[in-house]
Design a protein. Structure first.
Length: 189
């Protein structure tokens, strides 16, 4: 018996899968960008569950600090930062990266002549290097209140990182939580 399946998660699409009952051969499935192989000896429902688990994006965890913003959020940030050409350029890059702030920041860093490692959490590391300036009471309050334009202005003036990266840093801190981000500086030894 031979069956074909199709499944779409909204992020990845399962393009094709061929499942043959009783046949012990390699089972391949194709997503929009690559061909994968799974154990062909699984039962039909187990295979479908495995595929769905592989296609659905992993939720944000402590180890996976990827922040993705929507096109509506990008438009909102664009209106707030309209007077800053570098911020608009960064938002264009974020939009080109389908809202993935980390990917956009790495691309912008390379364009700015930096050599970022392409590992996960690069943006988190950059933001942490800027933490002292970000967590000063005025900038922290601006970010907490959602005043990204004022925070952008203050951080550009502080020259903590290339201007083109400030937008990614402030959006990252704003979306992950300003108070949580600044908490380590509040501890007293």
């Amino acid at each position: 018996m031979q069956e074909d399946f199709s499944y779409e998660t909204g992020v990845s699409t399962l393009v094709g899968l061929r499942y043959e009952t009783g046949v012990s051969t390699t089972l391949n499935y194709c997503t929009s960008d690559k061909i994968q192989t799974i154990n062909p000896n699984l039962k039909k429902n187990a295979i479908i569950a495995t595929l769905i688990a592989k296609l659905i994006p992993k939720p944000k965890t402590q180890e996976n600090n990827m922040v993705i913003i929507t096109s509506q959020q990008i438009a909102q940030f664009r209106s707030q930062l309209a007077e800053y050409p570098e911020a608009l350029k960064a938002l264009d890059a974020i939009e080109d990266c389908e809202g993935n702030i980390e990917d956009a920041a790495i691309s912008l860093a390379i364009q700015a002549g930096q050599e970022p490692n392409i590992s996960e959490n690069w943006l988190d590391g950059l933001a942490k290097r800027c933490r002292v300036a970000i967590c000063q009471s005025e900038v922290k309050e601006e970010l907490t209140d959602g005043q990204l334009n004022a925070a952008f202005r203050d951080l550009v003036a502080a020259k903590i990182c290339p201007d083109i990266l400030v937008t990614s840093v402030i959006i990252y801190v704003f979306k992950t939580g300003v108070n949580e981000f600044c908490e380590p500086l509040e501890y007293k030894l």
